[in-house]
Design a protein around this ligand. Structure first.
Ligand code: API
Length: 276
């Protein structure tokens, strides 16, 4: 068995500016080690990403997905990356529907009239499953600003404000990401309600910092806004990197949005051998 490190092919993709390195480990290509994930994520010495998605051979689905954040932590959900990979695999199969197993179960992707949508599953509205550190009111957490807590396979803390642009997110975001109420840290969303069908969202992501878009975060925002009576269950959410369509249906929260395959490349064996 040749144990020499091999070159590693990858794709660079983004969904509304939320950017990903995608590694297809279905046919003999190996998944990266945690050290290689960190090296790949270096925006100067590697390629950089908000998340790295590894496609594995499907167990009860067309493919499995594993998501790493830029800081090397794992996440059970990544909506924009799930949509990007769904598009890639539907193109490959010539299909209009695909099933992807993620950390929160098997999600369905569809393409209709060129628009790619993913059912991100039902929201988690039980504090133990999000999880939170103690029994709290999910629609008014004991944090200044009384945010909402929603799980989408990953935790989200959603704040509704008058002016989203006025929030100093690089300062505010980390204080909430690391708040003791979230034993596994949390993603943080700042939302301004423009009307009952249109929301503006800014995002501080767990393990990635401020991103141009966050799909699972947009799902959490749509659920929180509807539960608070601030918006319909079907909304458009305007993020820094583009617009996502959300529809909280009986079978789950559906998210639609743009997909881009920017380039494909190869990480050289010498680069990977240097990963520490
Ligand atoms: N960008 C991703 C969210 C990644 C979530 C990750 N930051 C975490 O939960 O740790 C999305 O489109 O859903």
């Amino acid at each position: 068995m040749d144990n020499a490190v091999q070159d590693l092919p990858f794709l660079k993709m983004h969904g509304a500016g939320n950017d990903f390195v995608v590694i297809d480990a279905r046919r003999g290509v190996r998944a990266p080690t945690a050290a290689e994930v960190r090296a790949i994520g270096d925006r100067h010495r590697g390629v950089g990403f908000d998340q790295l998605a590894v496609i594995g051979p499907g167990q009860e689905a067309d493919a499995d997905l594993t998501f790493w954040n830029a800081d090397g932590s794992l996440s059970d959900a990544c909506g924009n990356a799930t949509r990007c990979v769904a598009s890639l695999l539907m193109d490959e199969a010539g299909a209009e529907r695909i099933a992807l197993r993620t950390g929160r179960g098997v999600l369905e992707g569809v393409r209709d009239a060129g628009v790619v949508s993913v059912n991100m599953g039902p929201p988690v509205l039980n504090w133990r499953e999000i999880p939170l550190a103690e029994d709290v009111d999910l629609d008014a957490l004991p944090i200044e600003g009384a945010p909402s807590a929603v799980g989408m396979g990953n935790p989200h803390c959603v704040f509704f404000v008058e002016d989203a642009a006025a929030v100093d997110l690089p300062t505010f975001g980390p204080t909430i990401e690391h708040h003791p109420l979230y034993p596994q840290r949390t993603n943080v969303e700042i939302v301004q309600v423009l009307d009952r069908q249109t929301l503006r969202q800014r995002t501080w992501e767990r393990g990635a910092g401020e991103t141009l878009a966050c799909g699972s975060g947009a799902c959490a925002v749509a659920v929180a806004a509807s539960r608070r009576g601030l918006a319909e269950r079907r909304v458009s959410i305007r993020l820094d990197g583009g617009t996502l369509g959300l529809d909280w249906r009986d079978d789950g929260v559906w998210m639609s949005g743009p997909v881009a395959h920017v380039f494909s490349g190869t990480f050289t064996a010498s680069f990977l051998e240097g990963a520490v």
